[in-house]
Each structure stands twice: as structure tokens, then as C-alpha cells.
Ligand binder design. Structure first.
Ligand SMILES: O=C(O)CCC(=O)C(=O)O
Ligand SMILES: [Fe+2]
Length: 346
């Protein structure tokens, strides 16, 4: 699956976006940035800080994105995870070849995102992504290239444990911010929630104005915890403008995904984001997705509905949402909208 050229070569056609979909890098907003929230006072043993709850709630309403620092996940655990994915992508591409698949029903696979353009043609994103479940480990261990299997599994097991408890803690704080019981959102995800991991690799690109590392999208799950390498590239849309998310040492980027937008009846936002490329340095990220069990029924939470806030979305089974997601593969822009209730004729 050799798909990338060296940075001093020109950009192959299959990666070149039509003009209207290009990143327009000079227009990226440099004055605004997503909030940075210190979680020092929110560890399991500490009493709840209402100030932190308030900051998170505000970030969820205004940006749908924030970074967290002093989150309690040991630096070494993150370092080992980042090293394992770096080593994975640094293997000769033949070693990863057998993992490559365009079949989205495969739960472990290496793939490229693409954008469907007019005429049905597919333009590839300038990235490689490797997705797999969090558990059980046996389901994906055998797929990993042998050279990195032990290292990856060791790093991932520790990492998944830490991110699992961080995610539950964040869902608790977000629930309280919505005026709900602390365990409300976690319960909405059900038993055996859909938890997936995805590493993203963005090699240097000869012409960053023509390509996209990941085209604009919202995440389909409930919550994403993202670890990024030192090279920036992630941008978040706010009021139609793109703002960059800087790399902060020992921080995680948190973003709300579609299911929280629906559960919160539109109060908290799952916003569009994208990743741009650069011609100097490779970039890596590890996204940990928290989603509902596919059999769970999702819809606006009863306590958040009243006369002033009628339900914006109909109830659906999460598996239905997943089906819609795969139907929209390559466009992915009207996902939640497919479940909206129209109040036009009221
Ligand atoms: O690489 C990044 O910074 C973002 C990745 C992302 O948006 C995703 O995996 O959904
Ligand atoms: Fe994303």
C-alpha cells in the first residue's frame, strides 16, 4: 500500500482536493484557541470542584473541544503509547500491508479516509489510520506485526486502563455540568460500551495547500480522548472559522462527539474538526473513542426536555446511527441531521 511520496516530490493526483475543499491555510484563525482546563482538583480522591465543572460545561457549549492538563495519567504511559504507534508506522509498509482493508466491518484494520467528490471520485486523505477495539485484547493482538506485538500490547493495555478511568471521570463531570446525576452519561452508554482506538499517521506532505490529513468531520461516538505528537495540525471549527489546536506537553485534547450532542438535546456541541498537513514533520495522534453499546437507545435525555427545549432528535438504536455513518462514508457531513425532528410546522 505504498501511497505517499517523499516530501520533495510533487503531490500525486489521488490526494489533490478540488479547490473548494482545500484548507486555505492563510485563513486559519490564530487569535482564538480552545480552553485549557486544569484537572488537578478532580482526581478520584478529591472533592468535586464546581469551578472545573463550570469550565468544562462552558467549553462544551462554546467549543465542543478543550484540552486537559494535570489529568493524572502518568506521562510515561502516554510516552510508551506514542512510541508504540511511532514504531508501528515506522515499520516498512510491507509489514503493515496485511492489515490494510477497505471493509469497514473488519474490527481491526488499517485504512485511508477519503472524500467523495463530484462524479463519485474518491480523493484520499494524506494519512494512514489503524483502528482496533479496546478489548478483548485477544481480538487484535494476533493482527499486529510480530516485531512490535509485545511492545504495542504492553503499552496499549496500560494506556487503555488509564484512559478508561479518565473517560469515565470526564463523562461524570460533563453529566454534572448538564445538571444530571454523575453517572447519567456513563449509564446511557450501556454495558460493554463501544470503545475503539485509532492511531493516525500524517507523513510530511509536499504541498499542504492541496491536501488534507483528515477532512472535516465530527466524531460519531460520545467522547474522544486524543493524544497528539508535538507537531500541530488539528483544527477546530468555531463560527465558520478554523482555529488551530496547539500541542501542549502532557495534555489530552477532549472532544464531544455526536452522541453527546444528541443526549444533551443540542446543548453541548459535537463540532467539525480537520487535520491539515505540513511539509516538514510527520505527525501522529492516538484517538480513544467512547461510544454506546450498539444496542442502546439514544435520544435527548428526558430531564433536558421541556416546553422551551423540545426534543431536537428522535430516539434511535445506536446501531442505526452506525449504519447511517457508513452510508455517508466519504461525505460524513449530515450525520446527526438524519435523526433531527423538524419543528417547522409548530
Ligand atoms: O489527529 C488528530 O489530531 C485528530 C484525529 C481525529 O479527528 C479522529 O481520529 O477522529
Ligand atoms: Fe475526529
Amino acid at each position: 500500500m505504498k501511497s505517499f511520496q517523499l516530501a520533495n516530490e510533487s503531490c500525486p493526483n489521488k490526494f489533490i482536493l478540488p479547490e473548494s475543499k482545500r484548507p486555505n491555510l492563510s485563513e486559519v484563525e490564530s487569535l482564538d484557541s480552545i480552553p485549557i482546563i486544569d484537572l488537578s482538583y478532580c482526581h478520584d480522591s478529591s472533592p468535586l470542584s464546581l469551578e472545573v465543572v463550570h469550565k468544562i460545561s462552558k467549553a462544551c457549549e462554546e467549543f465542543g473541544f478543550f484540552q486537559i492538563v494535570n489529568h493524572g495519567v502518568p506521562q510515561q504511559v502516554c510516552y510508551k503509547m506514542m512510541k508504540a504507534i511511532t514504531d508501528f508506522y515506522e515499520l516498512p509498509s510491507e509489514e503493515r500491508e496485511s492489515l490494510y482493508s477497505t471493509d469497514h466491518t473488519k474490527s481491526v484494520r488499517l485504512f485511508n479516509y477519503y472524500l467523495k467528490v463530484e462524479g463519485g471520485e474518491k480523493v484520499k486523505c494524506w494519512s494512514e489510520c489503524f483502528a482496533h477495539p479496546w478489548y478483548p485484547n485477544d481480538d487484535f493482538i494476533s493482527f499486529l506485526p510480530e516485531q512490535i506485538r509485545t511492545q504495542y500490547m504492553e503499552a496499549f493495555s496500560e494506556y487503555a486502563k488509564e484512559i478508561g478511568s479518565l473517560g469515565s471521570r470526564l463523562l461524570g463531570l460533563i453529566s454534572i455540568g448538564l445538571g444530571l446525576e454523575e453517572d447519567c452519561l456513563l449509564k446511557k452508554l450501556g454495558e460493554q460500551p463501544r470503545q475503539r482506538a485509532q492511531s493516525n499517521f500524517y507523513p510530511p506532505c509536499p504541498d499542504p495547500e492541496l491536501t488534507m490529513g483528515l477532512t472535516e468531520h465530527t466524531d460519531l461516538n460520545a467522547l474522544t480522548v486524543l493524544l497528539q505528537s508535538q507537531v500541530s495540525g488539528l483544527q477546530v471549527n468555531k463560527n465558520g472559522k478554523w482555529i488551530s489546536v496547539p500541542f501542549i506537553p502532557n495534555a489530552f485534547v477532549i472532544n464531544l462527539a455526536d452522541q453527546i450532542q444528541v443526549l444533551s438535546n443540542g446543548r453541548y456541541k459535537s463540532v467539525f474538526h480537520r487535520v491539515v498537513t505540513n511539509n516538514l514533520n510527520q505527525r501522529l495522534s492516538m484517538a480513544m473513542f467512547f461510544g454506546p453499546n450498539p444496542n442502546m437507545i439514544i435520544g435527548p435525555i428526558q430531564e433536558l426536555i421541556d416546553e422551551e427545549h423540545p426534543p431536537k432528535y428522535r430516539k434511535y438504536c445506536f446501531s442505526e446511527f452506525l449504519k447511517e455513518f457508513f452510508n455517508q462514508e466519504g461525505t460524513r457531513t449530515m450525520l446527526k441531521e438524519a435523526f433531527e425532528i423538524s419543528h417547522d410546522n409548530k
